[in-house]
Structure formats: C-alpha cells, structure tokens
Design a protein around this ligand. Structure first.
Ligand SMILES: Nc1ncnc2c1ncn2[C@@H]1O[C@H](COP(=O)(O)OP(=O)(O)O)[C@@H](O)[C@H]1O
Ligand SMILES: [Mg+2]
Length: 252
C-alpha cells in the first residue's frame, strides 16, 4: 500500500550568511502509514520544527523527496492533506474571536458557507470549545488557545497532523485533555515533543533525530526505554519505563 508520508534522502537547510544553505537535516528516510502516530524526539535544535516546516511546504528541500499519498510535495505550496499546529498557539491565532479564527482557513479555501458552518461546529465540538466560540482569542487560557489552534487545523480535514511541542506550557489538566482529544482521532500524526510520557501515551512508534540525522526508529517502548540511546541524544528514559521498586510499606 502507498505510504501516507514518504521521505527519501531528504536534506533541508536554512539560508546562511551568504547564499549557501547549510543542511540542518540530511539523508532522512521515513515512511508513515495512514492513521499512524509517530513521536519525533531529539534535542533542541535537532531540526524537528525545520522538518515540520518542510512537510508543510514552507521550506524547500535541498535534496531528496517528500511524497504525500504517493504524490510529490511541491515546495512553496500547501498540501491540503498536511496540517501543521505551531508550537506557539499565538503564532497561529490572529482573528478577533475564536470562531473566526477556526473558520479562517475554511474561508480561505472558498468553501460554501453551509459547509464552513458545519466544519466549524464540528471542530469546536471535537476540541471542547463550543461554549467559547465568540470569546476574543486573547481572553482564552493557554490550554484553550492550544485547542483553538488545533481546531483551526482539524477543520481543514488534514490526513497528516504535525504537532510541534503540543504540551509545552500546559498545566496537568489541559495536558491530559489534549492527550485524550488526540488519542481519539484518526489522522496520522507526527508529534515533536520533549514530553516523553505524552509520546508514550500517544505514539506506538518513535523516531529520534540528532545531528541532522535519523538515529533511531522503532517501537516507542524499545526506543524510549533504551537508556544508552536516550543519554546519547540528550534524553532520559521516561519515568514510567524505569523499573520500579516493589511496593514497600513501613509500619510503626
Ligand atoms: N528561521 C530560521 N532561520 C535560520 N535558521 C534556523 C531557523 N529556524 C531554525 N533554524 C536552525 O535550524 C536548526 C534546527 O532548528 P529547529 O528545527 O528549530 O530544531 P528543533 O525544533 O528540533 O528544536 C538550528 O540550528 C536552528 O538554529
Ligand atoms: Mg522546535
């Protein structure tokens, strides 16, 4: 079967001082099936956000290929199948009210009003935001902003969601709510996160990137539970994968 996402020999870089673009990512091979959720783990600056901007069509590859549903991605052009949720919700929300923000992309696509209304209602409901539709965006809490940014992307109906540090700066309850919301969805997801417990909760598979290269790709518990691998890439084995002492009770 055709993979939903296929990267072959992908190299990406940012413009440097001159016209030369230094590669941030090199020789990346990766395949994602439809509906698959994969955690993307790597230290700060390892290129997770750069990869997302490339998959969203914002950055053009230096080399290699990106295929979505078998079709080559055209740099500079949005692919309707890919939805990027930015790390900072504030970077994504800019309309006066929540409802206008979530509907913005739908208007942009020139969809009929009735379809916009239906998709908006659905996305707000899916993200537990229905009661907040008319709220000014700057009066939303951090957790609500994060769900609002997600709703605006879900409304567009992507097949692949790119989530950049989705739990950053969320309190425990907002984080749980977000995890539950994402766990219930059918879209394929690439989730870049330092919150390895969130990755374990949501992703059966994890890839590690460091030094511009893909360093590991396998079942989440094997990859994240490998102490030496984690340490080599500036990570720690998440607490829930560490061996626990047998329960002890002290009396008196
Ligand atoms: N807008 C940009 N312009 C130039 N270089 C950038 C830009 N954004 C990121 N970089 C560089 O690309 C590399 C990877 O960064 P990034 O993709 O943000 O990593 P991560 O998301 O894994 O923390 C870093 O060396 C960073 O300095
Ligand atoms: Mg980043």
């Amino acid at each position: 079967m055709t993979a939903l996402l296929q990267l072959e020999g992908l190299a990406v870089g940012w413009p440097g001082g001159g016209m030369v673009r230094r590669a941030v990512l090199e020789g990346l091979d990766l395949r994602l099936a439809r509906g698959e959720r994969v955690g993307l783990v790597g230290p700060n600056g390892s290129g997770k956000s750069t990869l997302f901007l490339t998959l969203a069509g914002v950055l053009a590859p230096l080399a290699g290929e990106v295929r979505i549903g078998g079709e080559a991605l055209v740099p500079g052009r949005f692919h309707p199948g890919v939805g990027l949720v930015f790390q900072q919700a504030e970077d994504q929300l800019f309309c006066p009210t929540l409802a206008e923000d979530v509907a913005f992309g739908l208007h942009n696509r020139g969809l009929p009003e009735a379809e916009i209304a239906a998709r908006l209602a659905r996305a707000l409901d899916d993200c537990d935001l229905t009661g907040l539709a008319d709220r000014p965006v700057h009066h939303l809490s951090g957790g609500e902003k994060r769900r609002a940014a997600l709703a605006g992307i879900l409304a567009l109906g992507p097949e692949l969601l790119l989530l950049d540090e989705p739990s950053a700066a969320l309190d425990l309850r907002s984080r749980r709510r977000l995890i539950a919301l994402l766990a219930a969805r059918d879209e394929a997801m690439l989730i870049a996160s330092h919150d390895l417990e969130l990755v374990l909760d949501l992703c059966p598979r994890v890839v590690v990137i460091d030094g511009g290269r893909l360093c590991a790709d396998g079942p989440a518990r094997d990859v994240l539970g490998d102490g030496a691998l984690m340490a080599a890439h500036g990570q720690e084995v998440p607490h829930s994968l560490l061996p626990h002492d047998p329960p002890r009770h002290r009396h008196g």
